[in-house]
Write a protein that binds this ligand. Sequence first.
Ligand code: B12
Length: 299
Amino acid sequence: MTTQPGESEEELLTVAAVARRLGVAPATLRTWDRRYGLGASSHEAGEHRKYCPEDLAKLMMMRRLISAGVTPADAAEKAKKSKGAVKLEKIVREFEVREDIVAGINKALQAFDVDFVEETLRAEFDEDGVELTWHEIIVPTLIEIGEAWQASGEGIEVEHAFTEILKKILRERSTPIESPVNGHPVVIAAVGEEAHSLPLHALEALLCEMNIKTHFLGARTPFEAVSATVTRLAPPAVFLWALFPQNANPDFYRNLPSIRPAPRIVLGGPGWDPSECSDATLVMGLGNASAEIKRAVGL
Ligand code: B12
């Protein structure tokens, strides 16, 4: 097959580029292709397979379902049936995993060397800012820690220690803003029983870099808390995070009190089902989340 009509070369991605954007190894993509027929549908004139926006939508669904605990075979069946297309600019920009630093942090965590981890991360955040450091160092480290725990059932102390270091450093970077660009703060919360709140801390720190004030509701936020906060603060945007699908209930944003102007609803995390949440803005990365919020506060 050649490039499909209407597909410009710029809309097609290589295996390596897709892998970087989805946060999975290129070998994993090849396995999904070989084992489940979930691959690239377009070829360039040569033999280099390229992924188009429809392929990306399927792969993103596959990744989301696996993150949500569905077996790869079942996830592939569902993903193959999905009909959407994902514009490249909708998914995270390309990031290079900083393998040397990720390995160093992991080693230090195993050795309970908290000071090294803190110093390293502070230096990286100062040098590169929140978005790059989060995607190139923190996300790969969290994924490795999670996989190690899943494989052995051990190392939960590492997960807890790293979580606390991150919360501390990200909080340091979320200091009160002297002249925020927004009069009303942006509300951010992890909904339902969702205990995974680190992406919220990252978002708060990134928005702080942009002079955008937030109101942080944190982990396990019940509907009543989001609702009361929206009534009281009239936020320009509400960001709701759910890593597990059982927490990603659309009622969390559909049943909010109606206020004028209505806040922009931004959803993040693999828990949300894109086909059920087409009436809100679903974002795939920290950069996309902050871009949507920037727009909502008029920047
Ligand atoms: C830290 C952690 C914890 C901490 C959370 C602390 C905190 N305050 O956040 C603690 C110890 C509390 C915890 C508890 C549990 N955890 Co936990 N945890 C993790 C870990 C290591 C990181 C979580 C995280 O922040 N992920 C955020 C990013 C790194 O992950 P992601 O969403 O997949 O990222 C993708 C996109 O979302 C996007 N992205 C990345 N960052 C951002 C930011 C924004 C703003 C946006 C929009 C997008 C975006 O890019 C990524 C690539 O595409 C993960 C491992 C992992 N792979 O995530 C396990 C993990 C999520 N946990 C897991 C489990 C099973 C649990 C527990 C059930 C364990 C237990 N038996 O008690 C409990 C659940 C508690 C609850 N009620 O929810 C499993 C879930 C598997 C599943 N889907 O069934 C994981 C995947 C570990 C594993 N490999 O098995 N956990």
